[in-house]
Ligand binder design. Structure first.
Ligand code: DON
Length: 586
């Protein structure tokens, strides 16, 4: 694919994967609410309600997060579901323990580093590289194993009960939301090639209509089978064989052994103490947590007079400039060094070394945007400069239950409707696009990958997903946060948290406030059309030399804040007005 086609495909995802087109954000009171007992924030209202139903039935945060994930896959099959994968960060209140579960997709055993180099596009239309659509684009699904594991390890209800709301939504049907309608309009021609998805379109329709009832009987059966038999029902036997058949029918490499071999990995979360709070977040194979923690560390090293946190009640241009500059170095590290930690050596400690962070902070200029290369800190002397070329599904949810357990989950099938084929009623992911198709080649989010992130047997591709829990000075969770939106996940998550915890904005305001994004390459400071930043701050950033590039929006985030006063707890839950969901709680 030429760079021009790739960029136009990228622009399409930005358009397609986000919330209502140009529609004004909902009234402030609609997207956030406060509760005294428990709360769920998902980006689709019915999914928040599925979690709430499970909490009301005696489930805890793990049960509710699992039910919310499964429901999301039914009400928005464009963004996430059983055919994808994700990450869970779980805080268990009784022990104070934090657990990170990685249920990201894995390349099949037949994957090779050059599998995408010469692979022809399997179909016409947007996002049509072999890593983005069709069988080769799919990694072995992780979501069913992840859901089963979180319910088994932390949950209180049987899996069959947790599956209930999602299975009911699939069997009885749910109204098609605005974002799903829009995404189906972009990908209609490809979706209609699939027997299940073509049945979703009314005769002659070029998109699913908002409000149209989407009934998914086959997915309902698969969900019920999963509820009865657990992960085994998906990874072995009839459904596993059906997944292999469907994948191979569209050019994939899956075998029944690939499915049987899938494993959830428990990993040590990353953490750091910055701006008076302990931030606990996603480790590799996500690069998101690393990028966020290093950005925070660099910001703290920049003298406060150059990045004042008291420029009124919102980040001023000086702070936004420092923030944009702080992301350039860690995004270079991601490009060069990140790969599946089970397959390549990661140099996390060396990357986070204080002298390296100091050197990056030292390259900062308070009134001038520096080229990303000025923040480059090669770990090995013989390295070439990183070649920078120019360079959306997913869903984040938060649950806090009555015991104080917190679940932060980000889950995805990658691009809208994943690889745009189904197996056993499940939309299959195109997570293989998060590998580097070749060294330096960009993925759909304009993120180039290096040799460590080439595909390989059983490997997991690098992710931006950043489920995060921030702890307050009292040592207890103060905020659950995370986002969807490719490379913008990490910058959005960080900003929402900073808005609330450091600038003191009320949670709804912190979420709705305009955000900026910079990922080093391309050398552009992005702002949002849907939540426009005032001209004054933009002019002040442009005056520092930033190339300003407005885009539709910067990710979709879900958050819950936890405030304790004596025995009283106030949970404020908010679903990003950019995507139109509502939280639920009691
Ligand atoms: O894991 C990742 O970073 C990507 N697969 C996430 C994709 C995404 O957020 C699409 N969103 N709009």
């Amino acid at each position: 694919m030429t760079r021009a086609t790739l960029l136009s495909a990228f622009a399409l995802f930005v358009l397609a994967a986000q919330g209502p087109s140009g529609a004004p954000p909902p009234a402030a009171e609609d997207f956030h609410a406060s509760y005294g007992e428990w709360a769920v924030a998902a980006d689709q209202t019915l999914a928040s309600q599925a979690g709430a139903e499970i909490l009301a039935a005696g489930g805890n945060a793990a049960d509710a997060a699992a039910a919310t994930m499964l429901a999301l896959g039914v009400v928005n099959p464009a963004s996430s579901g059983m055919g994808g994968g994700g990450f869970l960060l779980y805080y268990e209140a009784s022990s104070g323990e934090l657990t990170f579960l990685d249920f990201r997709e894995r390349a099949p055993a037949a994957a090779t580093p050059d599998m995408f180099e010469e692979a022809p596009s399997p179909v016409e239309g947007p996002a049509n590289r072999a890593s983005q659509v069709g069988g080769l684009a799919s990694g072995v699904l992780g979501e069913p194993a992840g859901v089963a594991e979180m319910v088994r390890r932390f949950g209180r209800l049987p899996l069959g009960r947790v599956v209930g709301p999602a299975a009911r939504y699939a069997e009885e049907g749910v109204p098609v939301s605005e974002p799903v309608s829009r995404m189906s309009g972009y990908f209609a021609a490809q979706m209609k090639r699939d027997a299940v998805m073509s049945g979703w379109f009314a005769e002659g329709a070029e998109a699913l209509a908002p409000g149209q009832r989407l009934v998914q009987p086959e997915l309902g059966q698969t969900l019920r089978a999963f509820g009865r038999g657990g992960a085994r029902a998906i990874y072995r036997g009839r459904i596993a064989r059906e997944i292999v058949r469907a994948n191979r029918a569209v050019g994939g490499l899956f075998t029944v052994e690939d499915l049987a071999a899938y494993e959830v990995k428990e990993r040590e979360p990353l953490e750091g103490t910055h701006f008076g709070h302990r931030w606990v977040t996603a480790p590799p194979p996500s690069a998101g947590g690393f990028t966020m923690l290093q950005s925070l560390a660099i910001l703290e090293q920049i003298p406060e007079r150059h990045r004042p946190v008291a420029e009124g009640d919102r980040p001023g241009p000086a702070f936004l400039h420092a923030l944009a500059e702080s992301w350039k170095g860690p995004f270079l590290d991601r490009q060069r060094y990140f790969g599946d930690p089970d397959h390549v050596e990661l140099y996390l400690d060396r990357m986070m070394a204080p002298e390296r962070i100091e050197a990056r902070a030292g390259a900062f200029h308070p009134t001038l945007a520096m080229p990303a290369a000025d923040y480059d800190q090669p770990l090995f002397p013989e390295e070439d400069a990183v070649h920078q070329s120019d360079n959306a599904g997913t869903s984040h949810l938060c649950v806090v239950d009555g015991e104080g357990n917190v679940a932060a989950v980000t889950t995805t099938v990658n691009l809208p409707f994943g690889a745009r084929y189904t197996a056993a009623g499940i939309v299959m992911n195109d997570e293989m696009d998060d590998f580097a198709s070749a060294i330096g080649e960009m993925n759909a989010f304009g993120l180039p990958g290096g040799a460590p992130n080439l595909p390989g047997p059983g490997k997991r591709p690098i992710s931006s997903m950043t489920p995060t829990i921030v702890f307050g000075p009292d040592g207890l969770p103060a905020l659950c946060a995370g986002a969807a939106g490719g490379s913008r996940i990490v910058t959005a998550t960080q900003q929402v948290a900073l808005h609330h915890l450091v600038f003191g904005m009320a949670l709804g305001e912190a979420l709705a406030a305009p955000r900026v994004h910079h990922q080093g390459a391309p050398d552009q400071l992005r702002t949002e059309n849907v939540m426009p930043m005032d001209d004054e701050r933009i002019a002040a950033l442009v005056a520092r030399g930033h190339a300003h590039e407005p885009i539709r929006n910067i990710a979709n985030a879900q958050v819950i804040s936890i405030v304790r006063e004596g025995d009283e707890v106030t949970l404020t839950a908010a679903s990003d007005p950019r995507k139109g969901g509502r939280p639920a709680g009691r």
